[in-house]
Design a protein. Structure first.
Length: 379
């Protein structure tokens, strides 16, 4: 939605970019509407509105959030006082506009510029109490500060209310950093720009800006049939294994080394090449037990996939054994998160991570011994 819209009480005009939680807060605190009335209009329980209101109230410790809500709340009160001066049947001829950026276009345009800068390493948004402008500073390796962008304070209000930035330090000079919500918003905006540029070629393709916010692109070495290694662009966020690989242990080193990750990805490649997913997803426990494995994967059915790939997966599962194979298959092949896998297997919390690492070590040893598998270097 672009531009200004009236709130549910018709007493004030809110910016189109204002989040729903903040609207509920202003309806209740600024306009005096009861939680029950707001909930009735929104079609939800009053306790839901109450939680939203309390969540926004808790964020008022942020100077930018407090300034923005104070301005909007004053607008609600002023508008309400103006209405009381007229008879109820007389409409307002000119709704009062809050002293904030009112349109989505400006907010999104500035977000494309500023959020990119805040995604840079050691970048922060700095704002003093008496400044009308905020600046983005990037810290260099020598400790020097470089100004990379300037932002209007009114737009910074919108960023804070939308939870795109958060306070890292408060005081006369406040320091802000980008949030995960801000990074996701930037991905959506970039995807929208890409769709707009490629619109003539993608008329039949539906826009997927919210899908883009969950994508993290990177390169993966893939061995070709001729033995050469080719780097492929993939979505690293697609696999729970890749996300675990980015985590670091207490010693500061990655929890999963790259050779373990590539062993898990090799198992997934064979799994997908064998087209085992649809059938095994429905009843794959039989496959793990090994007792009646062959009957479920005859070559005569439709979509069964190459038998060689199925055999490689079967040998790997046999070598890992029960327990280890369970968690490795769920995370690497069925792309389940660790928490989900632990619940399905009836394990205690945080136990799956250790078992997964042991299973991947066993899988890597199996590939080394049977196929002479040597993980490709990313360099």
């Amino acid at each position: 939605m672009t531009g200004d819209v009236t709130n549910s009480s018709g007493q004030a005009v809110y910016p189109g970019w204002l989040p729903e939680n903040a609207r509920n807060y202003l309806d209740h605190v600024g306009c005096g509407t009861s939680l029950r009335d707001i909930a009735r209009r929104k079609g939800c329980h009053p306790s839901t509105i109450g939680r939203r209101v309390r969540a926004v109230e808790a964020r008022r410790e942020d100077p930018l959030v407090d300034e923005a809500l104070t301005a909007l709340q004053a607008c609600c009160v002023s508008s309400s006082e103006t209405i009381n001066q007229f008879e109820e049947h007389l409409p307002m001829t000119a709704p009062l506009r809050p002293p904030l950026v009112s349109d989505d276009t400006t907010v999104n345009r500035e977000a494309r510029r500023i959020l990119r800068r805040l995604c840079e390493k050691e970048a922060t948004l700095v704002l003093a109490q008496d400044m009308d402008k905020a600046i983005v500073l990037r810290k260099g390796s020598d400790g020097s500060q470089t100004r990379t962008a300037v932002l209007d304070r009114k737009v910074a209000h919108a960023f804070a209310l939308k939870d795109w930035i958060q306070t890292a330090k408060q005081g006369r000079v406040s320091i802000y950093t980008i949030t995960e919500a801000g990074k996701s918003a930037l991905k959506r905006l970039i995807e929208e720009d890409r769709k707009r540029r490629r619109a003539p070629m993608e008329m039949a393709e539906a826009a997927t800006p919210f899908l883009a916010q969950h994508q993290t692109w990177g390169e993966k070495p893939v061995k070709q049939e001729d033995g050469t290694i080719r780097k492929m662009r993939i979505n690293l966020a697609e696999s729970p294994l890749a996300m675990l690989a980015r985590r670091k242990g207490a010693d500061g080193k990655p929890f999963l080394t790259m050779d373990l990750v590539q062993a898990g990805e090799k198992l997934r490649e064979d799994f997908e090449r064998a087209q085992m997913g649809p059938r095994v997803a429905q009843n794959w426990d039989r496959f793990l037990t090994g007792g009646d494995r062959g009957s479920g994967f005859s070559d005569g059915g439709i979509g069964e996939g190459p038998s060689a790939a199925r055999d490689r997966v079967a040998r790997a599962v046999d070598d890992m054994g029960p327990g280890l194979a369970d968690v490795v298959m769920r995370v690497c092949c069925f792309l389940e998160g660790l928490e989900s896998a632990e619940k399905r297997l009836g394990w205690s919390a945080r136990s799956g991570k250790i078992v997964l690492k042991i299973g991947l070590q066993r899988l890597l040893k199996h590939y080394n011994e049977v196929y002479g598998f040597v993980p490709a270097s990313l360099d």
